[in-house]
Design a protein. Structure first.
Length: 416
């Protein structure tokens, strides 16, 4: 069944290509104001040879010749021309395509198509030789005609290569764009996992403390045997939870290690990826907010996944605090032994009595449509990251005027 589907797919492909050549073969032009008629079908045939894989170029040329011959003969016949006369007029065109098919096959042009100069010369030779056979059958050979045939073959080959190179460049551009998109998505995914790792590791420490407290209760002489037994059971259960947590953390760390092919990234690349991600977030929120990214100098960031998490969380908070027409700016600067980051918005600002609590885990002023509070861990993520890197973060805000986050991180922790 699969082979039948493959055959049908391949047959459809051949028919499509043959019809394409046949259609363009009916488009003529007269070079240099001569009476020599040239069709565009050969340009398409040249392009098929250069750009289309998994087809036989000789069979495409031969079958296209049969189709062109049949169409031209039928058109002349329906115009009232005698069938034998129509055959006589058009059979040299069929010979052209047959010679073309033979020369393409024996020259092996597909194998050397990436050598542009050689490829153009070879295509020109194939076109010239095929045209020469056709001209001989039409008894139209002359010194001027030979020069014209040679020139036309050369020009058709150059045009085919020019279109082919444009096609290849466009294909590379699309592949590059797709790669960049996937690269950005992967970096965002890993940065989110990295952020969650902070809390997994913190939970492991908390679990360890609970286990130690339970075990210390078991060893306490003040408890009776029944309570000691329960405390020991709790310690054992917590120990099992700790082992499960440890396996999860090790698994994540191994996953991240396998994905991190490089241990640094340029700040400009980080900004570019975040800018693309933020733009999608703005579109989802249906907000028209101007966001600018700038830096005094570009540098390589070592723990760059941390930077993704840090900046994304700050920008998300700024966007949520802004309305359409507001602005957000992100600036990176150099302050001696430290790197300086500033995220500033012109949004609604933060009330003074709330400001001291915004970095507390679980604290939030945001609620969904059902009245459920957000997790409130975004800014605590940011604070954890900054402190892990040995830095500091400060926030200033005025209600109705906006908010500014300022971060200092030692270069030795960040710059590579």
């Amino acid at each position: 069944m699969i082979r039948v589907k493959d055959f049908i797919h391949k047959l459809k492909r051949y028919i499509y290509l043959i019809l394409l050549v046949t259609f363009f073969a009916e488009i003529y032009f007269y070079p240099f104001e001569s009476e020599f008629k040239v069709s565009a079908g050969v340009i398409i045939l040249n392009l098929i040879i250069l750009a289309v894989d998994n087809v036989s170029e000789s069979w495409i040329a031969f079958l296209s010749g049969l189709a062109v011959f049949a169409v031209r003969t039928a058109v002349m016949f329906f115009k009232g021309i005698n069938f034998d006369a129509a055959l006589t007029v058009n059979y040299p065109s069929l010979i052209y395509y047959m010679v073309y098919a033979f020369l393409v096959r024996v020259s092996g042009i597909k194998k050397i198509k990436n050598h542009v100069f050689v490829g153009i010369m070879l295509l020109s030779f194939v076109d010239f030789s095929s045209n020469l056979f056709e001209a001989a059958l039409r008894d139209e050979i002359s010194p001027l005609g030979v020069r014209l045939i040679l020139t036309v073959g050369f020009l058709r080959s150059i045009l085919a290569y020019f279109i082919y190179e444009l096609y290849e460049r466009q294909k590379l551009f699309i592949l590059s764009s797709e790669h960049q998109k996937r690269y950005a998505q992967l970096n965002m995914l890993i940065s989110n996992i990295q952020a969650e790792m902070f809390y997994l590791k913190k939970s492991m420490k908390d679990i360890e403390n609970v286990m130690m407290k339970s075990y210390s209760l078991y060893e306490s002489p003040e408890l009776d045997e029944e309570l000691k037994k329960k405390a020991l059971d709790i310690a054992r259960d917590v120990h099992e939870i700790k082992k499960d947590y440890y396996r999860v953390v090790i698994g994540f760390e191994s996953f991240l290690k396998n994905l991190e092919n490089e241990d640094f990234m340029k700040l400009s690349d980080i900004f570019a990826i975040i800018k693309d991600n933020v733009q999608k977030y703005l579109e989802a929120k249906n907000k028209d907010i101007k966001i600018t990214f700038s830096f005094e100098r570009d540098f390589c960031v070592g723990p760059y996944y941390n930077m993704f998490t840090l900046l994304n969380n700050l920008l998300t908070n700024s966007i949520d605090a802004c309305k359409s027409g507001d602005t957000i700016s992100v600036l990176a600067g150099d302050l001696g032994e430290n790197v300086y980051f500033r995220v500033e918005d012109s949004g609604e600002g933060i009330e003074e009595d709330i400001l001291p609590y915004i970095f507390n885990p679980g604290f939030t002023t945001k609620y969904d449509e059902a009245g459920r509070p957000n997790t409130g861990i975004g800014l605590s993520h940011v604070k954890n990251i900054v402190e892990e890197l040995g830095g500091s973060i400060e926030v200033t805000s005025k209600p109705g005027m906006g908010t500014k986050f300022e971060i200092l991180i030692p270069k030795k922790s960040l710059v590579r």
